[in-house]
Design a protein around this ligand. Structure first.
Ligand code: ARG
Length: 591
């Protein structure tokens, strides 16, 4: 089902063409105030400047050519030359019927052509606990995948974990020495891998050793050289560290209800045998040159502050390859082996330059021709003091602790509101609300801005939050149960529905919002901004609330009851689809 805004835009473009001969895209937005109607076009104003004409007269000319009476009431001109449009109730009713048919995903259209899209997201670094920075990449990436799949694309998730950097020399070496020490003390075989249970602490310990002990540094450098040339012993230490670390983040993914599994992991180590070739090829192409002992590519248009060419370093003077080299190998793999039509990278804004240079180099080398490359960035998560979120002692806040805390707080809310529920039910609700609140708070902020992390705000029952939306959903669902208590067969009445009535203003308002789900989806996916979805859902819940206050449903006249039940049903389905299918947030039947 094509969103109304798109049909209107096409018609407006057509009318402009006829009235002025100009071929311009329509500028149509949702009206900011219901008194202006539902949609508004300011094309006449924009064009009048260009054509040196009177905007109101131009608007009249456009309207004279505009064929839209199957969708809208008579267009009106307002202010300096805005064209205001109001949907006809008949059109809204037709669209509601379409929404109700199972063929339509509540009005979200499939893409014209299904494509293979690689989405690179999450990418935690092994041996370090995931922190809030990874939260945004993980859940934003997840939402992007869900939206693309909704459109019918073939999505390949790639978790580009940091599992092959130089820090593994230090880590493997520390592990090796710890083991040897323990075995000298307690005898052979006494060693177990418990030391890896707290990977973060282990990482810190190794890091300290590395920083203060020059001899250890040398041993670590030797270890990494051996590891990177395929030494079996060092590989087995590396594997143990990776395994323990994976366990940690897989647990987080499960908790977050994120669609990432072990088969999506294709970390840096996967590309280790392809790195030398990347450098060789770039040299052969004449793109990679030696500069201060390192091998670099200087992509066109990138300059340092001093206006010198900016290097994209692909091999250090000691022969080591870098993050950049791995990403070049990964791009080739994704284009050639995964046959990507598009590759989307989801990381924080600080990596902007890295990806710009990466894309430039890959294109210069001819490795990327028709594949679209996109870097989706996001801002930082801040503490209530407006500074990057840290613990009191100044460390990164661990994601696991943060999620546990959210669930704990949600639990006390449930405990207070619904003490009579069974413990297991309380737990399910607390989980859905706590995790949902963290995710929803992130999604509802414009991804490019920083936002302040506040448990109080995200767990508030009023406002644009997960608990509010989950409560709204549960409230709609409760109508069916109340019907049952009253001996009303709501399901049967809905099935037998003959007419839809939108006579009350609140009914019409709610119905108009329902048919705009596809429009909201299109806005969200156009620039991968989930806040368009949360904003839409919030407005839907508000319109439902207004409707429910103004219009009795179960006590409605028998003739119009099925129509009102349909509005309830479509509201519930839309909220559920938005939360569960697109945002990966669980809904609850009763709260
Ligand atoms: N491991 C990286 C980090 O934590 C993110 C990886 C992003 N993906 C990529 N292909 N570079 O910053």
């Amino acid at each position: 089902m094509k969103p109304a805004i798109e049909i209107i835009s096409e018609r407006i473009s057509g009318a402009i063409q006829k009235a002025t001969g100009q071929n311009v895209p329509a500028i149509v937005t949702a009206a900011t105030d219901a008194k202006f109607g539902d949609y508004q076009s300011n094309n006449a104003l924009a064009l009048a400047k260009q054509l040196k004409a009177n905007p109101r007269q131009l608007a009249e000319k456009i309207i004279a050519e505009l064929q839209i009476d199957d969708i809208c009431q008579k267009p009106e001109i307002a202010g300096a030359g805005f064209i205001n449009l109001r949907l006809k109730p008949e059109f809204v009713i037709e669209n509601l019927k379409k929404l109700n048919s199972s063929k339509e995903a509540l009005g979200i259209e499939k893409a014209k052509k299904s494509q293979t899209v690689v989405v690179d997201f999450s990418g935690p670094n092994i041996a370090k606990a995931m922190h809030v920075g990874h939260l945004r990449s993980t859940i934003l990436g997840d939402c992007i995948c869900r939206m693309l799949e909704q459109q019918g694309h073939d999505v390949i998730r790639q978790n580009h974990i940091g599992d092959w950097g130089t820090q593994f020399g230090m880590l493997c070496c520390a592990l090796y020495e710890k083991k040897a020490e323990e075995e000298t003390r307690k005898g052979k075989g006494a060693w177990d891998y418990k030391v890896l249970a707290d990977l973060e602490a282990f990482y810190r310990e190794a890091q300290e050793l590395y920083n203060k002990d020059e001899e250890f540094r040398q041993r670590a450098r030797d270890a990494v050289l051996k590891l990177h040339t395929g030494d079996q012993m060092w590989l087995s230490y590396w594997e143990d560290i990776v395994k323990c670390s994976k366990r940690h983040y897989e647990e987080i993914y499960r908790e977050l209800n994120v669609s990432l599994t072990d088969k999506d992991v294709r970390g840096e180590s996967f590309y280790k045998d392809k790195l030398a070739d990347v450098v060789k090829e770039l040299k052969k192409l004449g793109l990679a040159v030696e500069s201060d002992g390192a091998i670099c590519v200087f992509p066109e248009g990138f300059k340092t502050k001093e206006s010198e060419p900016l290097p994209f370093i692909i091999q250090k003077s000691d022969g080591a390859f870098l993050y950049a080299t791995t990403d070049l190998a990964a791009i080739r793999y994704r284009v050639n082996e995964l046959k990507a039509d598009e590759i989307i990278y989801v990381t924080d804004a600080r990596q902007k330059l890295h990806f710009e240079m990466l894309f430039a180099v890959a294109k210069m080398a001819g490795w990327v021709k028709d594949t679209k490359l996109v870097h989706i960035t996001f801002g930082s998560v801040l503490g209530e003091d407006g500074k990057p979120l840290k613990t009191r002692s100044g460390e990164n806040v661990k994601l696991k602790e943060l999620l546990d805390e959210a669930v704990k707080r949600a639990k006390s809310v449930v405990e207070e509101k619904n003490p009579e529920l069974k413990t297991s039910e309380k737990e399910t609700i607390a989980n859905a609300v706590g995790i949902g609140a963290v995710k929803y708070a992130d999604y509802s902020n414009n991804r490019t801005s920083d936002y302040i992390f506040s448990f109080d705000k995200m767990l508030a029952m009023d406002g644009n939050t997960a608990p509010y939306m989950q409560y709204a959903y549960a409230r709609v669902k409760s109508i069916g149960r109340k019907g049952e208590e009253k001996g009303i067969n709501t399901v049967g009445e809905l099935k037998g529905i003959k007419e839809i009535y939108l006579n009350e203003p609140a009914e019409l308002e709610l119905a108009k919002q329902l048919i705009r789900y596809g429009e909201a989806f299109n806005s969200a996916i156009a620039d991968f901004k989930p806040n368009f979805l949360t904003g839409y859902l919030y407005e839907l819940a508000a319109k439902f609330s207004a409707f429910y206050n103004a219009c009795p449903v179960l006590d409605a006249e028998r003739k119009i009851r099925p129509s009102r039940l349909l509005l309830c049903e479509l509201t519930a389905r839309t909220i559920r689809h938005g939360l569960e299918n697109l945002l990966g947030i669980k809904t609850i039947e009763r709260m």
